[in-house]
Design a protein around this ligand. Structure first.
Ligand SMILES: [Zn+2]
Ligand SMILES: [Zn+2]
Length: 285
């Protein structure tokens, strides 16, 4: 894809995401990044909860991309946004939803890619002292992954007390003690820091997402030639190998264009044309 070779794109981030994002955009599209220095993307909502996010993840992402473009006066913009919580299909598991958007003002393109990250360390615990958290700290990957500490039930005047960027167990210990002392129940709330630069697992998700988005941008619509051709959704109904009943498994993938209305259906990329009876509502009810 030659059309973006050497072009500059505004990346609105203040959390070092460019380390995860830049490479696929450079190698697949020849795009160069510019970072709007001094832009406070936390004004749109921050992970530590100090600024509540009022927009949905996708609206916040769009807003951020536009803000970067305006700040730098560039017609190309890129931004990403993550949200974390229970997995939509498996509520007992944590999952992350990462969205990323590329905007091309001159061509009028808005190209999205989304990723449900099943691998996330998103979690929190309450503790009176560090010793209670020993196994958990390994599980959430501290200190390679950051933690945020605050009083569980803040005493009057301690509502905004918060510790982050704690480099080691000693400083974490101090933060827990201080937060516990400022809590009416003597306990600190310790949560995983989901800011990209303090969360290598999230950085890895962003790398995967950036590669997908760059590949999508590099794909041209077979009908109108616009960038951003890619998979829209999947069509279920792969027939059972025993009885031929449609199952919930993907039968075909639907591809579409962001610029015109052209769509195409393609067979599964793994070539599978029949489903194992274990997925069949008739053979395995
Ligand atoms: Zn069957
Ligand atoms: Zn098209």
């Amino acid at each position: 894809m030659e059309c973006y070779l050497g072009c500059k794109v505004a990346l609105a981030t203040m959390h070092g995401k460019e380390r995860a994002i830049a490479r696929p955009f450079r190698s697949l599209l020849g795009l160069e990044f510019e970072l709007p220095r001094g832009l406070d993307t936390d004004q749109l909502g921050s992970f530590d909860g100090r600024v509540p996010r009022t927009l949905g993840a996708e609206q916040a992402c769009l807003h951020k991309a536009r803000l970067g473009m305006e700040t730098l006066g560039l017609p190309l913009g890129l931004a990403s946004e993550g949200s974390f919580g229970p997995h939509p299909g498996m509520p007992f598991l944590a999952a992350g939803l990462e969205v990323m958007v590329f905007l091309d003002q001159e061509r009028g393109l808005e190209i999205w890619e989304r990723l449900i990250a099943r691998r996330t360390n998103f979690n929190h615990r309450c503790a009176g002292e560090l010793a209670e958290l020993e196994g958990w700290l390994t599980q959430v990957g501290f200190p390679a992954h950051g933690l945020i500490v605050r009083p569980e039930h803040p005493c009057r005047g301690a509502e905004t007390l918060l510790f982050k960027d704690l480099p080691d167990h000693q400083q974490l210990n101090g933060a827990i003690a201080a937060a516990a002392a400022a809590s009416s129940n003597g306990r600190a709330q310790v949560e995983t820091d989901m800011r990209a630069h303090r969360n290598p697992t999230r950085m890895e998700s962003l790398r995967v997402l950036a590669t997908r988005l760059a590949s999508r941008i590099a794909s041209a619509c077979p009908s109108c030639g616009a960038q951003g051709w890619g998979r829209l959704d999947v069509v279920p109904g792969l027939p059972c190998i025993w009885c031929g009943m449609p199952t919930t498994l993907t039968k075909r993938e639907r591809f579409g264009c962001v610029s015109c209305s052209h769509t195409e259906e393609h067979p599964r990329p793994d070539g599978l044309t029949e489903a194992d009876p274990q997925h069949c509502p008739l053979c395995n009810p």
